[in-house]
Design a protein. Structure first.
Length: 489
């Protein structure tokens, strides 16, 4: 977690700096183009099929038993599959070339060739699969995510420094994009060398048994359907905004989404660190213990997500105004809709991570597809009527009506063998508390009226103190009530 957090700080500070330079040196339309291509490539990465998650799940048992032959067979299988995945992504990306301009409404940068830029970014993604990417699964299964974080930290710092220099002194978007595949190659080569040196006992050699291969493939099939819906749900919004509203609007939206995704990335460090611990706990501990473990982690999750949601409501507009300028701001309703989506999306993470560790992909594989289809249909219908708000509102509806209840039902009934009623009660209590705490904090922030910078700093201090004090008081009352209930019972 420590190394992951250091890496996240780097990939928060430098990309923020780079994005700022791009806004002032190149313009908002480049931000929109960058977001569009990122969305397209994320959809293309569906070819991954969720292979790494399935392989990590399959590695837990042979690593715990010290079965080097089984580990080698799984890694060898994974290595071959990843080569084909990289090729599939590249070919699918090439097939999209004739349709690029159709995904952009209105103007796009005329001083660059958008096809050349797209091909460079496509090569970057494909190279990530071709060059030893399979070795990262071994690090995850061995609970050594810190090794990968250290590699990323060093390579990312070098890459960002180079890109900052390119933008500051040359303002050349071609050179900026070219740095991505070059440093992807460097990162994968360093990872390969370190893994071979530190874990020389593990070789990607041998074959796995047919029943093990079928088990992996069955989970991959379920994960493919699972990931199709999940990726479409997250990135269809940006594709729809580009196609119907243009790159300028997408650029503004992307700045807000960038802030949300940064917070999401920080939460990802926490979950990447505890994922192997949860996986081992589900294998070794009884369900009663894991249910208590789940509830403790859920309380932590709700506290963090609620607090960050309050901070976003109180600070996001001021931050965008200070960072990019008032011309790049959306209206306050867009902020509220973005925060609601962030809150509904992230309060489910605890269920997702336990469900993934338990291998419950097949039972839940249709949910993301249904959610994504509903979101896509509502996107197209509502964007024509109410514009950007329609895109945001459609995603909230899809998450609230399909994602949250369906996912919880599958997890609790398949693993814990009980109703999800208590889970919903917990979500409800935390949500009511968050609304009350958020209203108090927002009211206090509204009383602050100084210069822009001082107002932002004072509001940030309030947001750091007030919500956590109120949450702490509420949680203490809850714990006291539970103790009294047990004593009286």
């Amino acid at each position: 977690m420590v190394w992951g957090m250091l890496n996240k700080i780097i990939i928060m500070v430098f990309p923020f700096w780079i994005r700022t330079i791009m806004i002032y040196k190149l313009g908002n339309i480049y931000i929109g183009l960058d977001s569009l291509f990122t969305s397209i490539l994320q959809v293309l990465c569906l070819a991954d099929l969720g292979m790494e998650s399935a392989v990590v799940f399959s590695l837990y048992e042979p690593l715990a038993k010290g079965d080097l032959s089984a580990v080698g067979g799984i890694l060898s299988f994974y290595k071959r599959v990843y080569r084909w995945i990289g090729m599939a992504i590249f070919l699918l990306g090439m097939m999209l070339l004739p349709f690029l301009e159709g995904l952009i409404k209105g103007d796009h940068p005329h001083d660059i060739n958008i096809y050349a830029i797209y091909l460079l970014q496509l090569c970057n993604v494909a190279l990530g699969y071709w060059l030893y990417a399979y070795k990262n699964a071994l690090l995850v299964a061995l609970q050594r995510v810190d090794v990968e974080s250290r590699i990323r930290l060093a390579v990312n710092v070098a890459q960002y420094i180079v890109q900052v220099m390119i933008l500051l002194y040359y303002a050349d978007y071609y050179l900026y994009v070219l740095a991505f595949p070059l440093f992807t190659i460097l990162q994968n080569l360093i990872r390969s060398h370190i893994v071979e040196h530190q874990y020389a006992q593990f070789f990607a050699k041998g074959e796995i048994k047919n029943d093990e291969k079928q088990l992996i493939l069955s989970k991959v099939k379920a994960l493919f359907i699972y990931k199709v819906g999940g990726v479409i749900l997250r990135y269809a919004d940006q594709l729809v905004i580009s196609a119907f509203l243009g790159l300028a609007v997408l650029g503004k939206y992307a700045n807000y989404y960038y802030v949300l995704s940064t917070l999401i990335g920080i939460l990802g460090i926490y979950y990447n660190s505890v994922r192997p611990i949860i996986g081992n706990s589900l294998v070794e501990k009884e369900r009663a213990y894991n249910l208590l473990f789940f509830r403790k982690l859920q309380d932590i999750q709700m506290w963090i997500v609620g607090w960050w949601s309050i901070c976003l409501v109180c600070l996001l507009q001021d931050f965008i105004a200070l960072w990019a300028g008032t011309d790049y701001m959306l209206d306050f309703l867009s902020v509220i809709l973005s925060v609601i989506y962030f809150y509904l999306w992230k309060i489910q993470d605890n269920v997702y991570i336990f469900k993934e560790a338990a291998g419950l992909w097949d039972q839940d594989k249709i949910r993301p597809v249904c959610s994504a289809l509903l979101n896509l249909v509502l996107n197209i219908l509502l964007v024509k009527r109410i514009g950007l708000h329609g895109v945001m509102f459609s995603t909230i509806i899809a998450v609230l009506l399909i994602d949250l209840p369906w996912s919880a039902r599958v997890f609790f009934r398949e693993y814990f063998k009980e109703e999800e009623k208590h889970y919903y009660i917990g979500l409800g209590k935390w949500t009511v508390c968050t609304v009350i705490v958020g209203s108090i904090t927002y009211w206090l922030c509204s009383l602050i009226r100084y210069t822009a910078v001082r107002s932002f700093m004072d509001k940030a201090i309030l947001c750091a103190i007030v919500p956590n004090v109120l949450y702490g008081g509420w949680h203490s009352i809850e714990m006291l009530a539970m103790k009294r209930g047990r004593i009286n019972g």
